[in-house]
Design a protein. Sequence first.
Length: 256
Amino acid sequence: MTDYPPNKRGFLLKGAIVELKEGGLIGFTPSFHVFQYNPQVLNTTLGLSAYGDTLNARQAGARQKAEEAVYYFGGQAMAAQPDDPTLSFSLDIVIDAIDDLNESHPIGITVGIADRLAGLELLAYPNDTLVEQALSAVGDAIGDALGFRSTVDVPLQSIQLFVFGPGKVLPIRLTAMSIEEQAFHPNLLYPIRAKVSLAMQVLRPSDLRMYPETSLVRQIANGCYIFTREQKSALSTLGGAYRAVEGVIDIVGDIF
């Protein structure tokens, strides 16, 4: 399976989901789930904020300036896009053990792709595994000894980052995962090929307020969101100006 036409390959950037968990030696513990093959289709859905969203945000204290976008119609307050739109993605990724089997990789020969699927499935679980708890305890002990342990004592739900090239580095929460196992190990029946369908909701800065301001995970997630949003603004401004000038030149060329 190829991710790109063979004559255009070379350096191939892989999409991934990076999970950030509070705690550990540096204030958070990352885990990487790199796509074996990039998806061929990525569906994006935007939902515009409405008046009800403004009320909920105001009640929760998440939007201090919600009133700025409010006007009145028929004696009732209405909101004209008071917040960033909700953003969600859905995609299918394919995982197989062909390369591992051809190269006699010990893990691939033994369990096929069961280890890869287990890593993805654990993204949906709220608690750390025993191994992660042990690593986190070691990291906290070292951090205490050196005096820079994370100030967040209450366990918080991890945040995942959806990384799909430099244009999409966004904090997300998985909302659905469907796994279709398509082929199996002849003896042990571990899956050797599967299609995984993922649905994810992007976490906006207002959604990240559930984490304390001192949370390093929140700061990283918020920075990634702003980086991606401002990149859209820059691309729209620069690309729009260039294409407008190019269009004028084409028109002038046709006339003369």
